[in-house]
Design a protein around this ligand. Sequence first.
Ligand SMILES: [Zn+2]
Length: 306
Amino acid sequence: MKELNIRAVCRAICVGTAFLLMLLCLPSSAFAELRVVASLPTLGAVVREIGGPDVTVETMALPTQDPHFVDPRPDYILKLSRADLLVYNGMELEIGWLPPVQKGARNSKVLEGGTGALDASKFIEPRNVPKTKIDRSLGDIHALGNPHYLYSLPCVLRVSKGVADKLSELDPEHADAYRARYDAFKKKADQTIETARKRFASLPESQRSIVAYHDSMVYLFDWLGLDQMATVEPKPGISPSPSHVSTLVAQMRVSKPSWIVQEVWQPRSASKKIADLTGSKLVVLPVFPDKDEDLIAFFERMLAAF
Ligand SMILES: [Zn+2]
């Protein structure tokens, strides 16, 4: 009797171990959704919009952080080590902080060229690609063109299509759901894109000329039919000198732009001074969605700031 019990226990242990081994050998996708990491908040929001409950997404940079300069925190490395997909801005915007995180994660999928590394800039038409050889004297110029396309909803829509295709490739079982969520998003986005175009097109010609702090608004202005007449920074990443400020003020007194637009992380003293001297309005634009904020709600909030 006792022997029988021992044998039964042994058999139970064997069956249990076999079952556990079987579970461990199953591909992880049989249990969990796709694990995605996004470098910037807008990209995280795109993945949430298209991936829905079929993915988990974590975002690295905060919406108030300058995307050129983000602290490569150790928890980013941990997140990326477990990720199936990394979605990043590209065009060298994150060059100062993302490559060390990718390297530290020791996950070949998310290294450049890996199956799970998606450079979102390949879905847009780059602007301001330098035609001549660049060097540091020109300021913080991005060699592959202006990387700030995420401030434009038409660009974000193109990225969303690319993300839907990539998610379908990695997780074909849910391809129909990714496609359906993209179609639903496109419908809403097209409406917001058109409404905003009409609103800015109805402004008098003189009001459609704008000063930007950093050279980061061109894609947004392309969408809205606005014209960037100058930047507060004399060169990208270089703080304005008093002489640059006075030249700019003189220029603005002639062409009378209605707005000076800047991101939340840029210093405000120079822009405020210029606004006071010229009567232009300083707009501190939200350029990235808050945590869990819906993309359309975010773009509506951005446009309301004008
Ligand atoms: Zn820049």
